[in-house]
Design a protein around this ligand. Structure first.
Ligand code: PMP
Length: 356
C-alpha cells in the first residue's frame, strides 16, 4: 500500500481550527441569522431579465462601477469610498490581508464574531483578544488601555455584536477610534437593526471602515455579497490586494437591483424587530437569562439546565438554534435567530416544553 504523507501546512496554521456552523436538515432553522423572508418578487423578475442579457463570454466589470455607485448613493458617499466583495467575510479578509499580516497585531473584544480573530490569524497576524465584562458590554477604558499597550494595526468591533446582539455605544467606538494607532473596523452586518451607525464617522480624515452585508436584512445570503465604506486611500489599497474580477456579473447585478427595494428591506427589519420582541417576552417568562438584542437574534442562557441539553431538546423537536454553549466565555449560551411568526411560535413552544 502506498503511504501518502500529508504535505505540512504552514507552522502558524497547524493548531488552527476551521469555522463550524453545522447545517442540519430540520423544520425550523434559526441558527445562522439569515432573513426568514426572501427578496421581493419584483427583484427576482428584474434580476432574471438582466441575467439573460449578460455577455457571459466576457469578464465582468472589474471595478463593479454600477454596484459601487448604487451603494455609494445609498449611503451618500463617493463610489471611491466603497469596496465590495463576496460577502463581508471576504471584505474582512481583504482588509486583514492588506493591513494585518506577520509582525502586526490585531485587537478583538471577546466574545465577538469568531471569524475576526480567525481571518486575522490566517494572515499571520498576532491576535490580542480582550474580554468584555460578564454582561458582554465592553469597558471603554479597558479597550483603550489594551490598545495603548499592544498598539494594534487593526482593531475590530462588531455592532450589533454577534453573538450577543449588543449595540456598541457611540462613545465607545469614538474612544477606540481615537486610541487606535492603525485602523478601526466596525462590522455592521446587523447595522440596520441598530439605533445608530458608525457610517456617520467615516471620512478620508479617519482611519475607520464600516462593513455591511447583503446576507441579512437584504435577504440575499445566497448571493454572497458584502461591502465596506471607508476612506478613499484605503479603498485604493484594497483594490490592489483583491483578486481581479472577484465579483461576478450576476452578483453585481443582484446587488445593484436590491438597492431599488430599500422600502421592502426596511419593512422586513420592522417585522423582524416586532418578532424579536415577542421572542424576548416569551424568554422573560421562562427560566433563562438573555442579553438585550439590537439585532435579528437573541443570546440566552437557560438557568439550572445545561445549554447543550436544551439545544438537543430543541433539535429533537426539529428546531435548530446556534449552540454557543462550548465557546469560550459563552458557557451554556444558545443563540436563536428571529424567524417568521410561525417559526418563532414553534421555537417558543419547543423551548417551553424542553424547560418544563
Ligand atoms: N460579520 C458578522 C458579524 C456576521 O455575523 C456575519 C455572518 N454570520 C458576517 C460578518 C459575514 O457575512 P457575509 O460574509 O455573509 O456577508
Amino acid at each position: 500500500m502506498l503511504l501518502v504523507i500529508p504535505v505540512p501546512v504552514r507552522d502558524d496554521l497547524r493548531a488552527l481550527e476551521g469555522y463550524h456552523s453545522p447545517q442540519v436538515d430540520v423544520r425550523v432553522r434559526l441558527n445562522t441569522n439569515e432573513s426568514p423572508m426572501g427578496p421581493p418578487a419584483e427583484w427576482r423578475d428584474e434580476f432574471a431579465a438582466e441575467l439573460s442579457r449578460v455577455s457571459w463570454h466576457r469578464y465582468p466589470d472589474r471595478a463593479a462601477t454600477e454596484l459601487r455607485g448604487a451603494i455609494a448613493a445609498l449611503h451618500g458617499v463617493s463610489p471611491r469610498q466603497v469596496f465590495a466583495a463576496n460577502g463581508s467575510n471576504e471584505v474582512l479578509q481583504t482588509l486583514l490581508l492588506t493591513y494585518a499580516g506577520p509582525g502586526r497585531t490585531v485587537a478583538t473584544f471577546e466574545p465577538t464574531y469568531q471569524l475576526h480573530a480567525h481571518i486575522a490569524r490566517l494572515t499571520g497576524a498576532t491576535v490580542v483578544e480582550t474580554d468584555r465584562r460578564p454582561d458582554f458590554t465592553l469597558d471603554p477604558e479597558t479597550a483603550v488601555d489594551v490598545i495603548e499597550r499592544h498598539r494594534p494595526m487593526v482593531a475590530l468591533l462588531c455592532s450589533p455584536n454577534n453573538p450577543t446582539g449588543l449595540v456598541e455605544p457611540e462613545s465607545t467606538v469614538r474612544a477606540v477610534l481615537r486610541a487606535v494607532p492603525g485602523l478601526l473596523v466596525v462590522d455592521e452586518a446587523y447595522g440596520q437593526f441598530a439605533p445608530w451607525s458608525a457610517l456617520g464617522l467615516v471620512g478620508d480624515d479617519a482611519p475607520l471602515v464600516v462593513t455591511r452585508t447583503f446576507s441579512k436584512t437584504w435577504s440575499m445570503a445566497g448571493a454572497r455579497l458584502g461591502y465596506l465604506v471607508g476612506p478613499t486611500w484605503l479603498v485604493a489599497e484594497l483594490d490592489k490586494v483583491v483578486l481581479p474580477y472577484h465579483l461576478d456579473a450576476a452578483k453585481q447585478i443582484g446587488g445593484r437591483l436590491a438597492l431599488r427595494f430599500v422600502d421592502d428591506m426596511e419593512a422586513r427589519v420592522k417585522t423582524i424587530v416586532t418578532e424579536r420582541e415577542r421572542i424576548v417576552a416569551a424568554l422573560d417568562r421562562l427560566p433563562v437569562d438573555h442579553v438585550p438584542s439590537g439585532a435579528n437574534f437573541v443570546l440566552f442562557r437557560p438557568t439550572g439546565i445545561p445549554g447543550r441539553s436544551v439545544w438537543q431538546g430543541l433539535l429533537e423537536r426539529s428546531v435548530l438554534v446556534r449552540d454557543c454553549s462550548s465557546w469560550p466565555r459563552l458557557d451554556d449560551c444558545l443563540r436563536v435567530t428571529v424567524g417568521t411568526a410561525d417559526e418563532n411560535d414553534v421555537f417558543i413552544t419547543a423551548l417551553q416544553e424542553v424547560l418544563a
